[in-house]
Design a protein around this ligand. Structure first.
Ligand SMILES: NC(=O)c1ccc[n+]([C@@H]2O[C@H](COP(=O)([O-])OP(=O)(O)OC[C@H]3O[C@@H](n4cnc5c(N)ncnc54)[C@H](O)[C@@H]3O)[C@@H](O)[C@H]2O)c1
Length: 213
């Protein structure tokens, strides 16, 4: 191709030119969608809430940090709802999905993201209470998020997406217990295969492994 032909050729501008531009762009990618983000009051969850809202979604923030949750609602307005939710409590997750549907009319996306380090005692010292607490937070909550979101998707007949934050620690293990052995990653990935085959419209993926480099 000659230089003049190349110059005359229409160029398709990509909207996402680079990381700085991408951060500032509102593409409306999630226009009309309704999402739940657990652990949405800080860190990865909060960044997700902000981006989802910028992309046009309505978002329910589920967390136990009520003060932060309230200040996010003050800042982002009617596009967000804060629901105090301890994700280790099954009835709280069920109520969260119900409150989201009541406020925004439906559910399209569930992001199981809430979590914390858990009991990091060495294997020779850990007690069962610390183990149970950690597994409830890092694995049980992911199961509950899947259960009540998928129920809603099936009820709606619309399908939906389930995303779960995992950890690089689940892939490598480092001698601490039980968070490095938390099966949330493996559970989520095998569940994804099962739920895709039983409910073809439910898309379920573990998307991120924070802590990996
Ligand atoms: N940042 C990392 O390097 C890293 C590494 C591995 C895994 N993770 C995982 O990524 C997720 C997000 O982490 P982050 O770095 O944004 O941390 P963060 O502490 O900023 O955010 C976690 C959020 O989860 C909330 N939360 C904790 N326990 C909860 C409960 N029982 N019910 C409801 N909400 C609860 C916290 O209040 C907080 O708002 C977590 O699941 C974390 O375990 C993060």
């Amino acid at each position: 191709m000659t230089d003049s032909a190349r110059a005359a050729r229409p160029t398709r501008r990509r909207e996402n030119q680079g990381p700085e531009d991408r951060d500032n762009i509102m593409t409306g990618l999630l226009e009309g969608k309704v999402a739940i983000v657990t652990g949405g009051a800080s860190g990865i969850g909060l960044a997700t809430v902000e981006r989802f809202v910028a992309e046009g979604a309505k978002v329910a923030i589920a967390d136990i940090q009520d003060e932060f949750g309230g200040s996010i609602v003050d800042r982002l307005g009617d596009s967000v709802l804060y629901v105090h939710t301890d994700v280790t409590d099954e009835s709280a997750i069920e109520a969260l999905v119900a409150a989201t549907v009541e406020r925004f009319g439906k559910l399209d996306v569930m992001f199981n993201n809430a979590g914390a380090g858990g009991d990091r005692s060495p294997m020779l010292e850990i007690g069962s209470a610390g183990f149970d607490r950690t597994i409830a937070l890092l694995t049980g909550s992911v199961l509950l998020g899947h259960k009540y979101a998928a129920r809603e998707f099936v009820k709606q007949g619309t399908g939906g997406s389930i995303i779960s934050t995992a950890s690089a620690a689940a892939l490598q293990g480092d001698g601490r217990a039980p968070d490095t052995r938390s099966p949330s990653t493996q559970w989520s990935e095998s569940s994804a295969r099962r739920s895709r085959s039983s409910h073809r419209s439910v898309s379920d993926r573990t998307r991120s492994h924070p802590g990996s480099s």
